[in-house]
Design a protein around this ligand. Structure first.
Ligand code: CP
Ligand code: NVA
Length: 315
């Protein structure tokens, strides 16, 4: 038997818009089935003998855990690389790393800085590549967030998401998701931190609206969500951001103007007392622990899809 080669066309998951609405429908249905197997202690090993390489250039708890546990639960194994103790941190070109890593594995997940790095890696990879967070996007997280909404409230089409805070990787990915899945994002950022719709690949203006006042963004929303004021890689701006974002905190008053059945989401890690109050994140509308758990289930569906393609889900 020779070395494994990928003869079919490879799919990557680098941005939310890499998949169609129909593919997300499939992935969410598949997630439900895979989660149900897991909860029923039924062994499901479609990726036995397959290996996932996980490359981390930034810190992580949930992403590492959910990918590593996820591939193991599907019968495969994970290899962890970081920039501190691999040649990646010593200037080896990303194109060369992609050639080598993808000859020894079946799937690669990368958490890094610029989106350009994952795009260049994917262009030189023989196996599917997953974006595990870049400065620009966090598509795996938004897949879990939307699945969590669907579990709690049903279809997201036509709903309103209020994004309060920084126009960061999470915000950009919500904006892309709104176009793909046909919902709306009401965005409120402090002056100077506005979204850049064209830079984040939006094709139209129908699926978002910007609000100077965060309370107006939250009014009538089905989901209220936020994220840290300072993302990884931007630590030098922390002091300034603490001042600039002070009025963009999700608190009980903001949740009161949202729909009565609105849920609160946060990708975590959270800073209570900064972007969200303890009362909200630890309160009855918050589903952040389900959201974190759903990283595991949605990514198992994603890995299965990228490696094996579509599977007929048993009813
Ligand atoms: N939400 C998320 O990606 O968490 P980690 O940074 O812990 O992976
Ligand atoms: N916007 C945050 C998300 C962390 C999961 C960051 O990039 O640091």
């Amino acid at each position: 038997m020779g070395l494994k080669t990928n003869t079919g066309s490879i799919r990557h998951f680098l941005q939310f818009k890499d998949f169609s609405r129909e593919e997300y429908d499939y992935l969410f249905a598949r997630t439900r089935w895979i989660k149900d197997q897991f909860k029923s202690y039924r062994q499901y090993w479609p990726l036995s003998d397959r290996s996932l390489v996980m490359i981390f250039e930034k810190a992580s708890t949930r992403t590492r855990l959910s990918f590593e546990a996820g591939i193991q639960q599907l019968g495969g194994s994970a290899i962890y690389l970081n920039t501190r103790d691999s040649q990646l941190g010593r200037g080896e070109p990303v194109e060369d790393a992609a050639q080598v890593i993808s000859r020894m594995s079946d799937l690669v997940m990368i958490r890094t800085f610029e989106q350009d790095i994952v795009e260049r890696f994917a262009a030189n990879s023989r196996v599917p590549v997953i974006n595990g967070l870049t400065n620009e996007y966090h598509p795996c997280q938004i897949m879990a967030d939307i699945y969590t909404f669907i579990e709690h409230r049903g279809p997201i089409q036509g709903k309103t998401v209020a994004w309060i805070g920084d126009s960061n990787n999470m915000c950009n990915t919500w904006l892309q998701a709104a176009e793909v899945l046909d919902f709306r994002v009401h965005v409120s950022t402090p002056p100077g931190y506005e979204i850049e719709p064209e830079r984040v690949g939006l094709v139209g203006t129908d699926h978002f609206q910007q609000f100077a006042d965060p309370m107006e963004a939250a009014r009538g929303a089905d989901i209220v969500t936020t994220d840290v004021w300072t993302s990884m890689g931007y630590e030098a701006e922390n002091e300034e951001r603490l001042k600039d974002f002070a009025d963009w905190q999700v608190d009980a008053e903001m949740m009161r103007v949202a729909r009565e059945d609105a849920i609160f989401l946060h990708c975590l890690p959270a800073h209570r007392g900064e972007e969200v109050t303890a009362e909200v994140i630890d309160g009855p509308q918050s589903v952040v622990w389900d959201e974190a758990e759903n990283r595991l289930h949605t990514q198992k569906a994603l890995m299965e899809y990228l490696v094996l393609g579509r599977i007929q889900t048993e009813s």
